[in-house]
Design a protein around this ligand. Structure first.
Ligand SMILES: Nc1ncnc2c1ncn2[C@@H]1O[C@H](COP(=O)(O)OP(=O)(O)OP(=O)(O)O)[C@@H](O)[C@H]1O
Ligand SMILES: [Mg+2]
Length: 353
């Protein structure tokens, strides 16, 4: 990853899993099969034909072969894989909520990492100066000068800091790209307030990336800022991440008010699907059950079927900048976020299955 610095992660203590950033993840044959949908028998065929070779590593006294992102890409592009659908139309999903800390960055980054491992060409856009989505992928050098959305949307062509959007995109793995965030992004709203651009400017920029990606996932900051409005205007689907607690459910009304105002102002130019996703659910908490009940009552069909349970393994995975399935596949967070990824892909008609 060149100049990029990997998160150190805590590796003290025998039981600690070492940090393995997303781009450095390795796969075994079972995982290759699970993510690509290609049977293990056919993966063995590709290995015997030396189409994929992997890397040999020492595993105790024995040697074992592990496979890289490049190998996963080769399997996706092989004659055995029915997944690669080049005619997929771009879908833009914006993860949002006015309230902070509900899990926008956690769910958007995990969704992006998982769908990219399944072979979708994904661009994750980090639109929060806190840079949590960038951190979730292992990019923790947040110093000035990193290309962010500020460079393409906050600056005008001709200015020294201007970059066209494609120059802000950084490849992470064969299927996942990222537009990173840094503290610089905090200037974006000020720039947009004084700009002559309409709020559809960002949507137009993202549209210029059509053909290069199947999915654009935007992690927003917790506010009704102009930069967030730009993101919402680009959305095919708004994923409203709600915590299952009383304050969060009450706060959702404000967010829906904002969506309704945009509908009133922009009519048909603003008509994204809206999906409410319940996060941090703890069945032992009466207040969480009550909040989930209110979400079901108030949002009905708009509420995602998958409820993401509260699970500390997600925090552990994030500390190591790993997707949850690489940290602990058996955790409830891994199961829930995998199922949520499938639900979001299915409902957008993006599912390969
Ligand atoms: N399902 C979950 N189980 C346990 N912890 C979670 C879960 N989802 C999110 N968290 C934790 O909650 C905290 C806030 O999550 P996150 O940063 O994703 O929220 P956010 O909505 O992006 O916050 P902000 O509004 O500040 O951008 C983090 O510490 C994260 O690890
Ligand atoms: Mg966040």
């Amino acid at each position: 990853m060149g100049e990029l610095k990997k998160r150190a992660g805590a590796t003290k203590g025998k039981k600690e899993k070492p940090a393995v950033a997303y781009w450095d993840l390795k796969f075994n044959i079972m995982q290759l099969s699970e993510f690509t949908g290609v049977s293990r028998a056919n993966i063995y065929k590709l290995i015997s034909e030396k189409v994929i070779v992997g890397e040999e590593i020492q595993n105790g006294v024995a040697k074992k072969t592990i496979y890289t992102w490049k190998d996963l890409e080769t399997v996706i592009n092989s004659r055995f894989c029915e997944k690669r659908v080049d005619s997929i139309d771009l879908q833009i999903k914006v993860f949002a909520n006015l309230k902070g800390g509900t899990g926008k960055s956690s769910t958007s980054s995990q969704f992006a990492m998982t769908s990219a491992a399944m072979g979708y060409r994904v661009l994750l856009v980090d639109l929060d100066p806190q840079a949590q989505a960038s951190l979730a992928l292992g990019f923790d050098n947040l110093e000035d000068g990193i290309p962010t959305v500020y460079n393409c949307l906050g600056e005008r062509p001709g200015s020294p800091d201007y970059l066209p959007i494609e120059k802000c995109v950084q490849a992470v793995t064969p299927f996942l790209s990222l537009i990173r965030a840094s503290f610089d992004l905090s200037q974006l709203d000020f720039k947009l307030q004084t700009s002559r651009f309409g709020v559809t400017k960002f949507a137009e920029m993202l549209d210029s990336l059509r053909g290069r990606f199947d999915l654009i996932v935007i992690d927003t900051n917790p506010s009704g800022s102009i930069s967030n409005i730009h993101a919402l205007m680009a959305a095919d689907e708004v994923c409203v991440i709600a915590e299952t607690d009383y304050m969060s459910v009450a706060g959702l009304r404000q967010f829906f008010k904002l969506l309704n105002e945009l509908k009133d102002d922009f009519g048909d130019s603003f008509s994204p699907a809206v999906r409410v996703i319940a996060n941090k659910f703890d069945v032992r908490e009466a207040i969480a059950q009550e909040a989930l009940g209110s979400l079901r009552k108030n949002y009905g069909e708009q509420l995602a079927k998958i409820v993401v349970r509260k699970n500390v393994d997600l925090k552990e995975a994030q500390k190591r900048a790993m997707p949850i399935w690489a940290y602990n596949k058996r955790s409830t967070a891994s199961k829930d976020l995998f199922a949520l990824t499938h639900e979001l892909l299915d409902e957008s008609g993006l599912s390969h299955d």
